[in-house]
Design a protein around this ligand. Structure first.
Ligand SMILES: Cc1cc2nc3c(=O)[nH]c(=O)nc-3n(C[C@H](O)[C@H](O)[C@H](O)COP(=O)(O)OP(=O)(O)OC[C@H]3O[C@@H](n4cnc5c(N)ncnc54)[C@H](O)[C@@H]3O)c2cc1C
Length: 453
């Protein structure tokens, strides 16, 4: 491995989930020094997605596409001991993938024990001292670094006004709160706010925890995630479509008639980031407002086993997907009455439920974030929201733009918080490439071998 361009000071990575861990592994392999800062010991090397302890939570990407390394695409298959096509097409438990990531970090650390440090503390602030960036930790220690990379993951969902006054035992604003799937004896109807993958995850967890009542999943359009095909698709590479905006939608519909909707979406995958970047902010906003719900349910699919369980629940009327807009919610005796207007209807309806869980997805507006580090970075003018407020404003290399719009020399971001720049940067296949590129940039190793991709 090359040691080109390494400096005396380490790179400080704030956040040890998938993105931060993989960046650390890549940097260590390239000879850099690394300090990995993770506030939650249980999340180290796994993060929110792969730190689950529940075996029913399956990956929504086939094993064949889950290698941690773009230059070694079969690494996860090798680690699993999978060597048949049938095995490569499987959707394995997310907790198994968490063990794989943990092992990647341990072996990179074992190979370079003197170049890596793990700090189990929350980072509270970052400031620039000219010749170094300095991270302040909750315990009062500081880390001096040649560069700081924010790998903070998603923020919790923003607060929803209609539920603000409900007791915490009835309304769970964070779906990953363990309490959301406990004390189920007296509940017979759960309202899931949101109809996407998080809502399905939570329904699975409730069922595994012994809940046998009904679920209503409600969102503006009530669209349910589609299923992956049983067998892996053969998607032939296509040139990046020239079409933009509504013409691009027509193009995809046309391809869907020809190759099927799954292949029509999947063949766009290598081009999604450049398609996003080719559209201006107005066109991107139009996509977010009108097309995003449709994109999400076709692009982010369920493993077929999970889709089968969802279909069975729908058939037995245990689960319903409802399109509508919430009005108010209040306690009515021991139950919660939720007033909502079904999509297209003139009058409100009342839904009487025992528990409400917010599965609307992560918050992205950094100006509404409550965590001290983000508040500090904002106040100091080191970060600013992207134009759509889905994350941080970064340039194409991951350099974070400060309040004035100038990309900073020592502050970077990776992972889902950069989706304003790249859009398609939430799943493993995209983030692994992003951190691989950034590791090369930070070690001045852009031209080191292995890129033959
Ligand atoms: C439930 C779920 C399931 C998913 N399933 C799949 C899948 O099957 N396949 C796929 O390809 N993708 C999947 N994804 C998407 C993708 O893999 C994740 O978005 C990705 O893992 C993001 O990793 P991350 O490290 O950026 O964020 P996170 O995993 O959220 O990690 C961020 C870490 O930063 C830490 N942190 C934050 N602030 C601080 C601070 N100030 N100081 C110290 N530490 C801090 C947090 O504690 C956390 O551990 C899933 C995502 C979710 C949420």
């Amino acid at each position: 491995m090359s040691r080109q361009g390494t400096t005396e000071l380490p790179v400080a990575i704030i956040g040890g989930g998938f993105s931060g861990t993989l960046l650390a592994v890549n940097l260590l392999r390239l000879g850099a020094r690394v300090v990995l800062i993770e506030r939650d010991e249980a999340h180290l090397a796994k993060g929110l997605a792969f730190g689950t302890r529940r075996p029913e939570h399956l990956l929504n990407v086939r094993a064949a596409n889950m290698s941690a390394y773009p230059d070694n695409p079969n690494d996860f298959l090798r680690w699993m001991g999978f060597d048949t096509t049938d095995q490569a097409n499987r959707f394995v438990p997310r907790l198994t993938y968490g063990h794989y990531l943990h092992e990647q970090l341990l072996s990179a650390m074992t190979a370079a024990p003197d170049r890596v440090q793990i700090c189990g503390q929350e980072a509270l602030a970052v400031h620039d001292e000219g010749d170094a960036a300095v991270v302040t930790l909750a315990g009062g220690d500081i880390v001096r670094a040649s560069a700081v990379v924010l790998a903070l993951g998603n923020f919790p969902p923003p607060p929803l006004a209609p539920f603000a006054d409900l007791p915490e035992t009835r309304y769970f604003s964070n779906p990953w709160d363990p309490g959301a799937t406990q004390q189920l004896e007296t509940i017979d109807h759960v309202l899931l706010l949101g109809t996407g993958l998080t809502a399905i995850d939570i329904a699975l967890s409730l069922d595994s925890a012994g809940y046998r009542g009904r679920f209503t999943a409600l969102s503006r359009r009530g669209l349910a995630p589609r299923s992956h095909a049983e067998a892996g698709l053969l998607v032939s590479p296509i040139a990046c479509p020239e079409a933009r905006g509504s013409k691009l939608v027509q193009h995809v519909r046309g391809r869907a008639r020809y190759v099927g909707w799954r292949a029509a979406i999947d063949e766009l995958r290598p081009h999604t980031q450049s398609l996003w970047r080719r559209h201006d902010a107005v066109a991107q906003r139009r996509f977010l407002r009108h097309l995003r719900p449709w994109w999400d349910v076709h692009r982010h699919r369920l493993a077929p086993q999970v889709a089968g369980r969802v279909a069975a629940w729908v058939a037995e009327q245990r689960l319903s997907f409802v399109a509508g807009k919430i009005g108010t919610a209040h306690m009515a005796g021991d139950r919660i009455d939720v007033e909502f207007r079904p999509r297209g209807a003139a009058a409100e309806k009342i839904l009487s439920v025992g528990r409400i869980i917010n599965c609307t997805g992560p918050g992205g507006d950094v100006t509404r974030a409550t965590q001290p580090l983000v508040r500090d970075l904002l106040a100091a003018g080191h970060i600013r929201p992207d134009v759509h407020r889905v994350g941080l404003d970064v340039d194409h290399t991951g350099r974070v733009r400060g309040a004035g719009g100038k990309p900073q020399q020592r502050l970077f971001a990776v992972g889902p918080m950069t989706k304003g720049e790249a859009w398609e940067i939430v799943a493993v296949p995209d983030i692994r490439r992003q951190v691989w590129n950034l590791a090369r940039l930070l070690t001045a190793s852009q031209w080191v071998g292995g890129e033959g991709l």
